[in-house]
Write a protein that binds this ligand. Structure first.
Ligand code: SF4
Length: 183
């Protein structure tokens, strides 16, 4: 098992993760405080997307979904920005994380034999130009739309630090984190 997890981390790095680490799902902390940060709507996405509160479900519902898994793979993508206002660079880094999560998910299913995956992503889902949440219709791609780590009340800083991965990666860099849970 240990060797398999080491191979998984290596595979994630080969597929584009800047950093990767195996996490013990039983040690995750689901904090109302962090969920509350979503509810303060500093990103402006609260109530606009199926992967954000309240549409994504309650903290308890998400905790229940996550705790069906024992093991997860944390993936971090770090990118250099032109400066701290480089919004385009930030969006590109988020899209790079999505791409890595997709590639590693395929690898986990194909080469490691895990068939049941649940992902935690970074920020609101941006698959569709306009999310159907606003018009009260069902999600168009429920198999691809997953909650963000923050929406689940998980402290990303604590999560990365506990894995020995730096949360902050230097001046004018952006670091995005996602998790692939599998069984
Ligand atoms: S897939 Fe489309 S409808 Fe579903 S959460 Fe993402 S943006 Fe919204």
């Amino acid at each position: 098992m240990k060797q398999q997890m080491e191979r998984l981390v290596l595979a994630a790095r080969e597929l584009g993760a800047t950093n990767a680490a195996v996490i013990d799902v039983n040690k995750l902390v689901f904090s109302r405080e962090f969920r509350h940060l979503c509810e303060l709507n500093s990103c402006g996405r609260y109530g606009t997307n199926w992967t954000c509160p309240p549409g994504v479900g309650t903290l308890e519902e998400l905790e229940g979904k996550i705790k069906k898994y024992d093991t997860g793979l944390l993936i971090q993508v770090v990118r250099q920005l032109e400066d701290s206002f480089d919004f385009e660079g930030m969006m590109k880094a988020k899209s790079d994380l999505e791409e890595v999560l997709e590639k590693v998910s395929i690898k986990i299913k194909k080469d490691f034999g895990y068939k049941d995956l649940f992902l935690l992503k970074a920020g609101a889902c941006s698959i569709c130009k306009e999310c159907t949440y606003a018009i009260g219709e069902k999600c168009r791609f429920p198999e691809k739309a997953f909650p963000s780590v923050e929406a689940c009340g998980i402290d990303v800083k604590e999560l990365t630090t506990n894995c020995g991965i730096p949360y902050y990666n230097g001046k004018d860099t952006v670091s995005y984190v996602g998790v692939i849970l599998f069984k």
